[in-house]
Design a protein around this ligand. Structure first.
Ligand code: SAM
Length: 229
């Protein structure tokens, strides 16, 4: 066991003790996916500090592990789902979601998919390389684009079982709501630039939306046509 393995185990156990990690699937994924493989090179030493870390000089961050755990628990993920993430950043959260939704080896049908959109070219490259090196490219695709318009761009079809936005939005982008399947769930921080509410929106089979506020949070801004300008 190397130093990072030990630090990862300690962080996960502490998040479990605090009640942030609630389920075995989130715990196992956070034990398996190596955050050090998603850190900006030379910053790996801070991999298991429970705080957001800068992605070089991009002005963007890899989110704090406790925030990642809160969001993963709220997403209610299971194998076979199609998930859209807005804000790939380092690719860490996409890898964790892939780990949770991956079908068992003996399953015939392989439907699980994570599409992660990122607006910055340098981070599309960074996240794609991290995903490939960590062996999640069979499930995760990192795409370049403005995630406020959904994926495919401006599609009005109900496509995604789950949508997770990992940047702070001024409001809920309309194409994300449209693209959420009935029975699906959208998680998004909404509010001002310095503090937001993490919202959990569910769409029932009659197309009714229900919004719950989970907690306060602080994310970098969601920029784009239906985000902050
Ligand atoms: N999920 C990431 C991870 O696991 O490392 C952390 C995401 S970081 C807090 C927010 C990311 O959202 C940044 O990489 C930023 O460039 C991206 N972003 C902001 N606005 C966006 C948009 N309209 N479409 C796609 N990505 C966006």
């Amino acid at each position: 066991m190397n130093r990072f393995d030990e630090e990862r185990r300690r962080l996960v156990e502490s998040l479990e003790r605090m009640g942030t990690i609630k389920t075995e699937k989130v715990k196992n994924a956070m034990l398996k996916v190596r955050r050090e493989d998603f850190m900006w090179r030379s910053e790996e030493i801070a991999s298991y500090q429970d705080s957001p870390q800068s992605l070089g000089n991009t002005g963007q961050t890899i989110s704090a592990p406790h925030m990642v755990a809160i969001m993963l628990e709220e997403m209610n993920l299971s194998p076979g789902l199609r998930v859209l993430e807005v804000g790939a950043g380092s690719g860490y959260n996409a890898a964790l979601m892939a780990e949770i939704i991956r079908e068992p080896l003996n399953s015939k049908e392989k439907k699980s998919q994570v599409i992660s959109i990122e607006r910055r070219d340098d981070l599309v490259k960074f996240a794609s390389e991290n995903i490939k090196r960590s062996d999640y490219s069979d499930i995760v695709s990192v795409c370049n684009g403005d995630g406020t318009l959904g994926y495919p761009v401006k599609s009005e079809n109900e496509i995604h079982d789950r949508i997770m936005v990992t940047a702070a939005a001024p409001h809920i982008p309309k194409y994300l709501l449209k693209q959420l399947k009935r029975g699906g769930l959208l998680l998004i921080p909404v509010g001002e630039q310095h503090v937001q509410n993490l919202l959990r929106i569910t769409k029932n089979n009659e197309y009714k939306l229900r919004t719950e506020s989970i907690c306060e949070c602080m994310f970098v801004p969601l920029l784009g046509e239906d985000g902050y300008i």
